[in-house]
Design a binder for this molecule. Structure first.
Ligand code: FAD
Length: 386
């Protein structure tokens, strides 16, 4: 790898973070709160990519066992975020219900509840009658087994969070440079020393790649590669209706919630893509027709008014990579958060700030190592936790 040419103008900071999605903004914020001079770059405005298109679920249940403790720690941060950021981000702990349709799924769900309880997370198995009492809008003719309910799960509004984070970053002294893509990571003698854009070279002691679906592209500029794959996830929004969904609900065909405005946000299952096009597809609307109406027949009688799509980034075992990049000191990556990274943003930012400034994160991140993919035989994907 060629060393960077340091002649000419450059901007110096302690840390430079590439990508202002939820991972990047929280990393930058916690770094700045530790006294670091931080530059945060994004190729667009903040939250333009996956984070701004999220379903807003802040969920701990139904995760890979390695992610459960992270999500629980993150929810502790979410609990005080509105107060911490000085703005209501509509974080509400209304619970998360996962409907279970068949017997085989019920066996798995009950085992998962036991495992999650053992990890300290309060989750309940609900029999069919409990589910129907809680969710009377559910089709009475549709046979179900029951569901799992996590009362401390909830939702938040990503667009309100974008505004709140903008203000918090400014107050913390983070230099936010939007519409300025990182072109390459600069390296010298086995160290990452900064990031080059079309406008500047930013030199820093620590370089952090939180570029979401573009993290792979950016890491390739140092001659390494990381196995990441992409899926298009889509949400269809209905006209506002009177309260029908008391909490975030997921089931075999998707996931849904009711916004404070009364609109229903109906997420449909994602599918693999090669490109990063985020136009909503006609298929999203037909998926609502085919998947939702059998569960919630009233949806066939209300208007679908719009939809939006985003790209989610997946590793081969469906849990993220949060690690120092091998071969380069002081180069870190946090990417591959699949369809449920929104919840994890605050804790990932906090842990990365601890790791890069204090030398050690306060939680074990070894399950998210880069090196686990060096031997493909070691990759065991238990199930998709989309
Ligand atoms: C439709 C949909 C629904 C979802 N629902 C949920 C949900 O209910 N709950 C949940 O927990 N998660 C959900 N997710 C997943 C969640 O949104 C993601 O896991 C999370 O937002 C990923 O955050 P990130 O910061 O890694 O990536 P992103 O938000 O994609 O941020 C990456 C940023 O990097 C920037 N960037 C890219 N290249 C460069 C470059 N070269 N230089 C500088 N900046 C660059 C991009 O512009 C972008 O802003 C959903 C996602 C989608 C699409």
């Amino acid at each position: 790898m060629k060393n960077a040419n340091l002649s000419g103008n450059f901007v110096k900071a302690d840390s430079v973070v590439a990508g202002a999605g939820i991972m990047g903004v929280f990393t930058a914020l916690y770094l700045a709160r530790k006294g670091q001079a931080v530059i945060l770059l994004d190729k667009g405005p903040i939250f333009r990519a996956a984070t701004g298109r999220t379903g807003g679920g802040v969920r701990q249940q139904y995760r890979h066992p390695a992610e459960t403790p992270l999500s629980m720690a993150s929810v502790k941060i979410w609990a005080n975020l509105s107060e911490d950021l000085g703005m209501d981000i509509e974080y509400r702990r209304t619970g998360n219900l996962k409907l279970v349709r068949n017997e085989e799924e019920a066996v798995d769900a009950k085992e998962r509840v036991q495992r999650e309880n053992a990890q300290g997370l309060e989750v309940f198995w609900w029999e069919e009658k409990d589910v129907r009492e809680y969710l009377p809008i559910l089709n009475p003719d549709l046979p179900i087994q029951g569901g799992t309910f996590c009362p401390s799960d909830g939702t938040a509004n990503a667009l309100l969070l974008a505004g709140a984070m903008h203000k918090a970053l400014q107050e913390a002294g983070v230099q936010l440079r939007t519409h300025e893509p990182a072109k390459k990571i600069l390296v010298s003698d086995g160290n990452a020393i900064g990031i080059e854009t079309d406008r500047n070279r930013y030199l820093a002691d620590t370089v952090i790649n939180t570029a979401g679906a573009w993290a792979q592209e950016l890491i390739r500029t140092v001659g390494l590669d990381v196995p990441l794959f992409y899926r298009k996830s889509q949400i269809v929004v209905t006209e506002p209706v009177s309260p029908v969904f008391p909490c975030f609900i997921s089931f075999e065909h998707g996931y849904c919630r009711q916004a404070a405005s009364g609109n229903l946000h109906l997420g449909v299952r994602g599918y693999p893509v090669q490109n990063k096009n985020t136009d909503i597809s006609y298929q999203a609307f037909t998926d609502v027709g085919q998947g939702y109406i059998q569960y919630f027949p009233f949806i066939g009688r209300i208007l679908l008014i719009r939809g939006f799509a985003g790209i989610t980034t997946w590793s081969p075992d469906h849990i993220p990579i949060i690690d120092r990049v091998p071969e380069f000191n002081n180069l870190f990556i946090a990417a591959g958060f699949s369809g449920h990274g929104f919840c994890l943003g605050p804790i990932v930012g906090k842990l990365l700030a601890e790791w890069t400034v204090d030398g050690k994160a306060s939680m074990d991140l070894s399950a998210f190592s880069w090196s686990r993919f060096s031997n493909s035989k070691d990759i065991t994907r238990e199930t998709s936790y989309e």
